[in-house]
Write a protein that binds this ligand. Structure first.
Ligand code: OAD
Ligand code: ZN
Length: 242
């Protein structure tokens, strides 16, 4: 368990970092009111994310998948960054080489002032056509048409990386690079179950980084972390990052 002394130690570690990478997951947005995926409120109707965020689910029932995204988009549109997001935006301005890697699609890091979060799983406001090469931003909430269509007549889909799909190559490359060169790797609010994101902290550790985990509870990563801080990121991050 973390004491005030431990927090002070972490604060010093972070202040001395030259290359720092941070991986965030849904937990960092929980205190903003965005439901996590695997928590008690993670279900929408009776579905789990793994049943909806797949190409197969979209092929079978694009309306259902879009209804889920419409619900998430409408919810996220009303949410604001919390002190956890703001702390990471502040940290970015204190460290010479800083990389923020996120699995979140909610855009709250951008709203908090993070300059260029590497979005491993895409962005909830981005769409692309299932047939032509159209890509764009669609902000409307709730959507007027479900499922929405491209001007070419085909279905639009969320520009999000679904289970079974490849991560954008340039983004995962850059994330690997940051993990391999980091002297500190911080992991915040992720269940560390979804690959390849969950491998990034292990990669960092194998290359000599100090791994710091912030989560409400222990995860499969905790045994490998050098420091595990248990508690809400919206409270802990501001204490760690003055
Ligand atoms: P999960 O829902 O799997 O995990 C959320 C984590 O945040 C859990 O470990 C919680 O203990 C922790 N947590 C909750 N509230 C917290 C708080 N206030 N402070 C600190 N930690 C807190 O979310 P992810 O790990 O992000 O992918 O899930 C990974 C991916 O699986 C998501 O990007 C999404 C999902 O399916 C896609 O949709 C493609
Ligand atoms: Zn099209």
């Amino acid at each position: 368990m973390m004491t005030a002394d431990n927090i002070a130690g972490i604060r010093e570690l972070l202040a001395a970092a030259k290359r720092l990478a941070v991986l965030t997951g849904a937990g960092i947005s929980a205190e903003s009111g965005v439901p996590t995926f695997r928590g008690v409120d993670g279900l929408w109707r009776k579905f789990r994310a793994e049943d909806l965020a797949t190409p197969g689910a979209f092929r079978e029932n694009p309306t259902l998948v879009w209804e889920w995204y419409d619900w998430r988009r409408t919810l996220v549109a009303q949410k604001k960054p919390n002190p956890g997001h703001f702390s990471l935006a502040r940290l970015e301005r204190q460290i010479p080489e800083f990389t923020l890697i996120t699995q979140n699609v909610d855009g709250l890091h951008d709203l908090a002032g993070s300059r260029r979060p590497l979005k491993l799983h895409g962005d909830i406001w981005s769409v692309r056509c299932t047939r032509c090469d159209y890509r764009g931003t669609m902000r409307q909430t709730p959507l007027a048409e479900i499922p929405p269509h491209c001007s070419c007549g085909s279905l639009l889909r969320p520009d999000i990386v679904w289970f079974g799909e490849m991560l954008p190559e340039r983004i995962i490359e850059e994330a690997w690079q940051a993990a391999q060169t980091a002297d500190i790797f911080m992991v915040v609010g992720t269940s560390a179950l979804v690959q390849p994101a969950a491998s990034l902290p292990m990669q960092a550790k194998q290359n000599g980084a100090v791994v710091i985990e912030v989560n409400l509870e222990e995860t499969p990563l905790s045994p490998y972390a050098d420091h595990v801080l248990l508690g809400p990121s919206g409270t802990l991050l501001p204490q760690m990052i003055p």
